[in-house]
Design a protein around this ligand. Structure first.
Ligand code: SAH
Length: 410
């Protein structure tokens, strides 16, 4: 399936590369602020600024919302539901630009990865870059987005962890990633404002959203919260909060608040069952050790058998993959409504660990199965384009400008 009749733009040919030489800078949004990720009140205020009458504000906000988030307009001049005059004023003052695509790569298995450039903090200089991944599956598709450029966590086995934090992404940059993916995949439900037929659920490309790209979403709480509110709004992008998963390495103080205020599904990057090992693999454990983390999981608002926490566990050869580790894992999660997601370690250049062998992963999974957990092993996707879990790192960090220039010339 994953066929979409709507004029799907042709992506660049398989295995990529390079659509941009760095000249094409996003416009300076300090001059024209974006309308993306403003909530309805803020949109209303923006409209009042361009002389929309108070009693018309609500209607205009709804028209804008429909244009931006249900139809996915990429250009305000296409917003024909409002008068030309008003359109002109909006265009003069605001932008609805998405993040800029630097490269688009397509894996042999259909996984797509985009390197995105975000707005610059210094006019005239290119903005920071981060990656986003789309993973098509039989009946659904998962979009994996970033919440930060770089990361502060330094997990031993994670490629992103070798990159310093550049900055948090803002709510509009988070929502903008999803809008851009929908643009590229032809995944907007409505063509016209009053189109009732829409794109049926069975044909949707992006059915799940995971904050599992670069960064620690709970270290960027406010922007992630605001973005999730917009993304789940049912008059717009309409991804239910149960289809949004936030993955954390265990920022314990923010976990309860995330459950209460963002109300999305939670994934926890566990990877070890004792503090000694977890201190090494996931250094944030030194600050918030397992006992506190497990308590925060038990206290996660909305937790039930229908809404389980996903525990991610990367399979590292000879480090955390013994039969004893599997038993300890079962023991540790006792009483918590949980799913366990075993992730075969995805290698990256000079990575200090190796993936467990397949037979060992299966033995490990058997023990977990026997304890009553359906224990899906996460099938590695997009490894050939370094798009699999933990492999993301800004291209700019990996490819020097000279190399990139050469790619463009080839
Ligand atoms: N900072 C958040 C979001 C990242 S999610 C978090 O830690 O949960 C990315 C997931 O992939 C995490 O579970 C992470 O621990 C895991 N991961 C990182 N590097 C990996 C690698 N090389 N192979 C497999 N999984 C990896």
């Amino acid at each position: 399936m994953i066929e979409n009749a709507m004029n799907k733009p042709e992506p660049s040919t398989a295995n990529n590369i390079a659509t941009d030489n760095g000249q094409n800078l996003p416009e300076n949004t300090l001059v024209r602020p974006t309308l993306i990720a403003l909530d309805r009140t803020e949109l209303g205020a923006a409209l009042v600024q361009i002389d929309v009458k108070d009693k018309q504000v609500r209607m205009r906000v709804n028209q804008l919302w429909n244009g931006l988030y249900a139809r996915g307009l990429t250009d305000l001049s296409e917003l024909h539901t409002i008068s030309k005059d008003l359109r002109q004023k909006l265009i003069k003052k605001h932008t609805i630009e998405r993040p800029h695509i630097v490269t688009e790569q397509i894996s042999n298995d259909g996984t797509r990865k985009w390197l995105l450039r975000f707005k610059s903090d210094i006019p005239g200089k290119p903005g920071p870059e981060a990656e986003m991944v789309y993973i098509p599956e039989e009946t659904r598709g998962t979009l994996c987005i970033s919440s930060q450029v770089g990361c502060t966590l330094n997990c031993r086995f994670c490629h992103t962890g070798t990159m310093p934090l550049v900055r948090n992404l803002t709510a509009d940059e988070i929502v903008g990633q999803v809008m851009l993916a929908r643009d590229r995949l032809g995944d907007w439900p409505l063509i016209e404002a009053d189109d009732k037929s829409g794109l049926p659920d069975s044909r949707r490309m992006i059915t799940r959203l995971v904050f599992m790209g670069m960064g620690e979403p709970l270290y960027n709480f406010n922007h992630v919260k605001k973005a999730s509110g917009i993304l789940s709004d049912d008059a717009g992008i309409n991804l239910s909060r149960r289809r949004i998963t936030l993955s954390t390495a265990g920022v314990v103080p923010q976990m309860h608040q995330a459950g209460a205020e963002i109300a999305c599904m939670l994934a926890v990057s566990l990877h070890a069952t004792n503090d000694k090992l977890r201190d090494k693999l996931v250094p944030i454990n030194r600050k918030y050790p397992l006992k506190e983390l497990m308590q925060a999981c038990r206290d996660y608002p909305g937790l039930s058998n229908a809404r389980r926490i996903t525990f991610e566990y990367v399979m590292l050869d000879g480090i955390n993959d013994s039969i004893q580790d599997a038993k300890a894992l079962v023991q540790l999660l006792k009483g918590i409504p949980a799913k366990i997601n075993l992730i075969p370690f995805n290698p990256w250049p000079n990575s200090p660990c190796q993936c467990s062998d397949w037979a060992q992963i299966e033995r490990f999974a058997d023990i977990i199965n026997d304890a009553g957990y359906a224990s899906p092993i996460r099938r590695p996707r997009g490894r050939d384009i370094m798009a699999a879990c933990g492999q993301l790192k800004s291209e700019s960090e990996r490819i020097s400008n000279r190399e990139r220039k050469k790619l463009l010339e080839d």
